[in-house]
Design a protein around this ligand. Structure first.
Ligand SMILES: [Zn+2]
Length: 413
């Protein structure tokens, strides 16, 4: 059974080269005639972890959006002349110049290849706002808008802006392979670029660490140390705890959740612990329940957590309870309860996830066209409870159990 959670299924990674030195990078960027014949390498501008997105709206009001890929020709001297018309974006010129004209490649990361065309992401958010006065946030936002406006497509109906990855995640039609692929690529780009921001200095000796292999790793510049570091992945177990006898599951509420939202239990894996052990320990810690059999369901890259964790890996399980009295710890979890299959099915149908997706798409269009967003996000008002949307592995676990025959989960693995 295919399990393609959102952020998985990135089409560029299967074609990714395992090693890429500076010579290979130059070749990919500039010299490969076959690549140039296909329009050259594609580059995705990113600002503060937000990819550049192009959006348009049909006369019927349907919003269409996609990642706003650029050809290399948009950078270099052409980029310089278009930006120099603006007022605030001198530093953005510097980013593009250093990366692609002076061949510094500090903020350029290689994402992979598809149909022999290489794809990269470039980070514009290293621009300093230290001397910009008190309102650094407003200055940064203006800078992001200025840079985005440089990339505005020639077609007047299309607008572009840097869009938060969580908004893209909610806006993605999970039934659409192309939409999911776009979000997976954007997630990979954000994860890599945010990791580079976190890993600028050697964790062993504190000397500056330099990116190598087109951003696939970093190495300490101290010749005595040369400590290597690789993109960070933080592993999390997420589990649906099942009472097989009574045909019910545990859902919990964290205090940071929006009202009425319930989800699976989850927790970080300790060093030296197996996945199954982490599932059992976290379940015992959070709700005081003992777990016997643990069955793997699927996993999900999660590049939308805190920026200090550039990419979490959510590993999803069904966990069969052997004790049944819930004792909530009150710290990590605010509440946890057993829910019957009927109540979980109702929660899944109460919420109009399609409307949430359309509201997020409209938000993207409004940001791209500099219109004031009508509302931040769609919120279901009428349901007594709901579970996370189809973009989350929690939803996949809950829906798989709710829609499966009671005994069928065991036989699928
Ligand atoms: Zn070092």
């Amino acid at each position: 059974m295919e399990q393609k959670n959102v952020f998985a299924g990135n089409p560029l990674i299967p074609g990714k080269r395992s090693k890429i030195d500076s010579g290979a990078l130059e070749f990919l960027l500039l010299k490969d005639e076959a690549v140039r014949a296909k329009g050259g390498a594609r580059v995705l501008p990113v600002f503060d972890g937000r990819p550049l997105v192009v959006s348009s709206r049909s006369p019927q009001g349907v919003v269409v959006w996609s990642l706003c890929w650029q050809s290399l020709d948009r950078f270099g001297s052409k980029f310089h002349s278009s930006l120099s018309l603006g007022s605030l974006s001198e530093e953005a010129v510097t980013v593009a110049e250093e990366e692609l004209v002076k061949k510094k490649y500090d903020k350029l990361v290689y994402l992979g290849e598809k149909d022999d065309v290489p794809f990269f992401a470039i980070d514009f958010s290293g621009v300093s706002t230290a001397d910009s006065g008190r309102d650094a946030r407003a200055v940064t936002q203006k800078l992001a808008q200025d840079i985005a406006s440089v990339f505005t497509p020639a077609n007047a109906s299309e607008k572009c802006a840097f869009i938060d990855l969580r908004t893209l995640m909610v806006a993605a039609d999970v039934g659409s392979k192309p939409a999911k692929e776009e979000v997976a690529i954007a997630g990979h780009a954000r994860a890599l670029l945010e990791w580079h921001k976190q890993a600028q200095f050697c964790s062993r000796c504190g000397t500056k660490a330099c990116p190598l292999e087109a951003g696939q790793r970093r190495e300490c510049s101290n010749p005595v140390c040369k400590n290597k570091s690789y993109p960070r992945i933080d592993s999390v177990v997420i589990m649906l705890v099942i009472d097989k006898e009574r045909d019910r599951v545990i859902l919990g509420r964290q205090s940071r959740f929006v009202p009425r939202m319930w989800s699976c239990l989850a927790g970080f894996i300790e060093p030296g612990e197996s996945l199954e052990e982490a599932v059992r320990r976290e379940t015992r810690e959070e709700v005081g329940i003992d777990v016997g059999q643990v069955i793997y369901h699927s996993s999900q890259p999660w590049p939308v957590g805190p920026s200090s964790m550039s990419c979490q890996l959510m590993v999803g399980f069904f966990a069969y309870a052997t004790s049944f009295d819930i004792k909530v710890d009150g710290e990590e979890l605010q509440d946890a309860q057993w829910f019957t299959r009927d109540s979980v099915r109702k929660a899944l149908t109460y919420t109009d996830y399609k409307r949430a997706e359309e509201a997020a798409s409209l938000k993207i269009y409004n940001i791209c066209s500099r219109e004031k967003a009508a509302s931040d996000a769609y919120a279901e008002q009428s349901s007594p409870m709901y579970v996370p949307g189809p973009y989350a592995i929690a939803h996949s676990l809950i829906a798989a159990w709710a829609n499966a025959a009671p005994d069928s989960l065991l036989s699928k693995v």
